[in-house]
Design a protein around this ligand. Sequence first.
Ligand code: GLA
Length: 518
Amino acid sequence: MRKTLLLFMGIAIVFLFLNQQARGQNQASKLRAAEDGLALTPPMGWYPWNEFGQEPQNEKLIKEIVDALISSGLKDAGYVYVGPDEGICFSRGADGKLIANLAHYPSGLRGLGDYIHQRGLKYALYTDAGTRTCSKAMPGTKDHEVEDMAAFAAWRADDVKVDWCNTDGQDPAQTYTRLRDAQLAAGRPIVFSLCSWGVGEPWKWAASVGHLWRTTGDICGPGKADWSTAMKNTAENEKLFAAAGPGHWNDPDMLINGMDGLSATQNRSFFSLWCMMAAPLMAGNDLRKMTASTIQILTNREAIGIDQDPLGIQGHIVRREGQAEIWAAKRLFDGSQAVLVFNSGTTQAEVRVTWPDVGSAQSAALYVRNLWTHQTTGPRRGGITVTVPPRDVALLRISESSAFPRPPVIVADSYWVSFHAPDPGPQKFTKAITVKTTGSDELPRWKVLPGLPSWLTVAVTKHGKSQTLASTVSTAGLAKGLYHAVVRADNIEPVSGQPMSALYYDVDLEVAGGGGKN
Ligand code: GLA
């Protein structure tokens, strides 16, 4: 009866470990995301490498960054994946298993993940496909794929980035496919992020292996942004637009916004280019020390809406005029078109964007929204002329309608629910997490999926722009012990009808006390 009710209330599936393994392997030739619903828009979050390198990283820094990510408003803008990258996280024990570096991470790597999950963020960990990581301070996964991926699952990572240092003689496609299989066997839904810097041309084969792949070398060394490398990465990534789509992204590397070495104009232009390329938006700056301008750029929801558009199209250069690039071919979920005019030169540019540039007839009457000034003009016929200062941009949305809706951004207060039953007698407990929409006013439609384990039910209730996901556990018939499930909730973007990235959260139940069966 309760299960029938659940179907009407609209939620969720639990991926049991063995099921996941079998399903994952059967689907190996398909898009990863078609199976797990992860990263259907480009992942957003924060990694330390650009600002901090490998050192001095520790639990204190990551926790301070997590707190800053929330208090600065980045979390509400959609930045969710966070973790230590190559933060000297673990070593390998004599038994071959990974051991968390408790000197740097006193709560352990599971403890750090719990801190992140409790705050409604997702946990990203890092490793390497070779014998050692890039700094050589940590072991790589070579010949330890299965036990390492099991460790990441046990630490409850939601994202694993796999680097490509110290891989002499290894084939990228074979290596990452082996890691994919090991990661699926570990049974935890995880965003799988390939970091071979373009080695092995992952855009040709990795859509069935991972959710995103680096297309370029590092965008900067620790501590200082580098404009010319950012432009090189842009040019290399731009050409690969056909490979990108929901669940399979080209990754031209982390954001350099807010770092030393960029002007305010360059910051805005850089962010616009990344949004236009549907690139992952992993901030790389020190979130504890952001200027108002950096926050304003990183949280510009209208620009982010271009990046996070549910259709997942990577825009590209359709035309050049002198040193100005006209980026287009990025249709958005409501039928509007994103356009970027980027002046890469050192003198002012005046550029006419014509309606045929955005696939419309010259005679069409279209509205133009400027995504940095937040002003709409029109309807206009024929086109619009923009004046763009050196290294600056005009980031526009062009539409037959003046509405310009933004896609929903799902923000949760927690991704972890835990219960303690003091004894194994039949008892029920309920705890809810709240999920709000900070993008559009339109609420996503929750999709009904079967498959919860017998001790767990989940009910979704809508309250205006938020929903609660209430988990009820029943200890009836359960032996003493620890029970864990990962709940999956799918939903559909209401304007386009596109699936949105699946929402996953952990549920733990500890049945304590005497008299249990085990
Ligand atoms: C490589 C990667 C970077 C970063 C560092 C860490 O250079 O490309 O993104 O993870 O390793 O050492």
